[in-house]
Design a protein around this ligand. Structure first.
Ligand code: PCA
Length: 324
């Protein structure tokens, strides 16, 4: 960690020591609410970049999907409509199966495992993203995923026919395999979806339930610890390659700091938001054994499906992860 801070600060000082130069102005769309830890972390990252590059790159964060909605952000960076942004990559699994590696049920279901998996997949992910004109800067996990309902649920049979809000293809598939009816809704719009009855359940973190005050519409949160999907901050490759090397290094230093602080923000937000859901009146606790067992079977099916889609490249990453 000291090394990371050292890099960022040293790079910042060396550039700041030069004359103040009128810098690049970058817009950074983020999809989640301003109060969310990813957004707060992104703002701290943007500030770090301004300082560490001596003002050569100034980033303005646009939270809450205000500039581009989650579903539009990746394309906006690729096409250069914006220079940088944050996206839940697993929502693009249909383009490249490797993007979905963090949403395979029960493959990596703790914070430590999520970091290990990310370490194993990072080189492949960077390569695939470069082919799409994107440079990966940092990635931060959401807290573990659990199930939200507006009734008590003790088995997969209890879920039959429920309208289920999904956020990527893995969550839609989970709905299919549990007999629920998936409807894809952005996090920024879930309060409305629950209020109007478009959706009546979801799988997500305590963080998103808390951010969207879901206790106004839902009653139960079951801890499942299914997986920890990640948000990735990416830069348009041309914008990145246009930067001087020392500016790139300063930004990379800030990105390493953001990965570290984002991880801990996520860990801390987990307990805080569990308590927040309970304070809001929800019943919060672990899913029962029967339900967990049934979900694990579904997880095994989804793992097989993913491995089939991801081919040798995917299998190699999973093998490297398991060997750690
Ligand atoms: N929150 C995001 C993705 C995963 C999470 O915990 C969402 O529900 O959209």
């Amino acid at each position: 960690m000291t090394k990371v801070i050292g890099v960022a600060v040293a790079a910042g000082l060396s550039i700041a020591a030069g004359a103040a130069i009128a810098g690049e102005k970058w817009d950074m769309p983020m999809a989640y609410s301003d109060s969310n830890f990813h957004t707060q972390n992104g703002k701290a990252f943007a500030k770090c970049v301004g300082t560490a590059t001596g003002g050569e790159v100034e980033i303005t964060v646009h939270g809450g999907g205000s500039l581009f909605k989650g579903g539009e952000i990746k394309r906006a960076i690729q096409t250069g409509q914006v220079q940088i942004g944050e996206r839940l990559l697993s929502a693009h699994q249909n383009e490249e199966p490797i993007f979905g590696i963090d949403s395979i049920p029960f493959l990596a279901s703790s914070f430590e495992a999520s970091e290990k998996l990310f370490k194993a997949v990072r080189p492949t992910l960077e390569k695939v993203l470069e082919e799409q004109s994107l440079h990966l800067l940092y990635s931060v996990p959401w807290p573990p995923q659990g199930l939200y309902f507006k009734k008590e649920v003790n088995s997969v049979a209890d879920m039959n026919g429920i309208k289920f809000r999904s956020y990527n293809s893995a969550t839609s598939r989970l709905a299919d395999l549990t007999g629920m009816v998936p409807v894809q809704v952005e996090a920024a719009e879930i309060s409305q979806a629950f209020a109007t009855g478009v959706a009546e359940s979801m799988i997500s973190s305590g963080a998103t339930g808390y951010d969207r005050k879901v206790w106004e519409h839902l009653t139960h949160f079951y801890e499942v610890d299914g997986w920890l999907p990640r948000n990735s901050v990416m830069v348009n490759l041309d914008a990145w390659e246009d930067l001087d090397e020392e500016v790139q290094q300063a930004i990379t230093g800030c990105a390493d700091l953001a990965a570290y602080s984002g991880y801990w923000r996520s860990v801390q937000y987990t307990d805080f938001t569990m308590k927040g859901l309970a304070d809001g009146g929800m019943t919060v606790g672990p899913a029962n054994e029967k339900l967990v067992g049934e979900l694990q079977e579904i997880g095994a099916t989804m793992t097989e499906e993913w491995l089939e889609a991801a081919g040798e490249e995917g299998a190699a990453v999973v093998k490297a992860y398991k060997a750690e």
